[in-house]
Design a protein around this ligand. Structure first.
Ligand SMILES: NC(=O)c1ccc[n+]([C@@H]2O[C@H](COP(=O)([O-])OP(=O)(O)OC[C@H]3O[C@@H](n4cnc5c(N)ncnc54)[C@H](OP(=O)(O)O)[C@@H]3O)[C@@H](O)[C@H]2O)c1
Length: 218
């Protein structure tokens, strides 16, 4: 399977790319900066330089063409202000969906977020806007004819993965390791019959392969 990853230099993206390669697939990362090319290439990850915001839909389609699936795990991360959150987290997935249509690629995996994440913490306006934009992106993707899967991970941590998760249609927001989100994404991609569903994933006790198999039997 050939997968294009948008956000490949990010925490989840690089882990998903490495896992795809370890399992015999091909991963190409769309990255914004030249120095990321060398970093990813040294791990056997193909690269293309691009930008979801700056590139046209036609240019993005050119990058996407020829792949079997697309993973969107980019995010502005609150680093460049509210306009970036709107452009990347909110409008990015819909723009990529249009590019996928042009490119003739239908399998779209979108990393989103739990809607109720950290509600108890009274987060600031930027966080609230981030949540609104993530939801906006979901609402656009689910209306497309693509074979989409939306995965909402709980709060991400960087500890090594444990290979176990709690995955399903609705879960309680806790924490999950980026490694385990990456593992879940790859396991979902390897089961293309799982499509057009929104899933929530948090840390748990079920081996990832089993958690994904459980989805199929439901
Ligand atoms: N943090 C959490 O607890 C949490 C919880 C749930 C869901 N999420 C979501 O999970 C996803 C992955 O999170 P993460 O922590 O792995 O993210 P991350 O490390 O911040 O990586 C995000 C990546 O997106 C890339 N990006 C930003 N703007 C872009 C653009 N215009 N065009 C192309 N790429 C662009 C960044 O590129 P550069 O390297 O060039 O900056 C970066 O590599 C994100 O969508 C995030 O919103 C996060």
């Amino acid at each position: 399977m050939k997968v294009l990853i948008i956000g490949a230099a990010g925490g989840v993206g690089v882990r998903a790319a490495a896992r795809l390669i370890a399992r015999g697939h091909q991963a190409t990362g769309l990255v914004r900066r030249r120095e990321q090319v060398a970093l990813l290439s040294s791990q056997g990850i193909g690269t293309v330089v691009g930008d979801v915001v700056k590139d046209s839909i036609e240019t993005l389609a050119g990058h996407i063409r020829g792949h079997d699936a697309l993973l969107f795990t980019a995010g502005a991360g609150g680093r460049d202000g509210s306009e970036a959150t709107i452009a990347v987290d909110g409008d990015g997935p819909g723009k990529v969906a249009q590019a996928m249509r042009l490119a003739g690629v239908s399998r779209f995996y979108l990393v989103s977020v739990f809607p109720e994440a950290w509600r108890e913490r009274r987060m600031d306006d930027d966080f609230e806007q981030y949540m609104v934009e993530k939801k906006k992106a979901e609402t656009q993707i689910v209306l497309t004819e693509l074979d989409w899967v939306v995965l909402r991970p709980s709060a991400l941590t960087d500890e090594p993965g444990v290979g176990r998760v709690d995955l399903g249609l609705a879960k309680v927001h806790e924490e999950i390791r980026r490694d385990d989100v990456a593992g879940t994404l790859v396991a979902l991609m390897e089961r293309s019959e799982i499509r057009r569903c929104i899933l929530e994933v948090t840390g748990g006790d079920t081996p990832i392969a089993e958690a994904v198999d459980d989805l199929r039997t439901r």
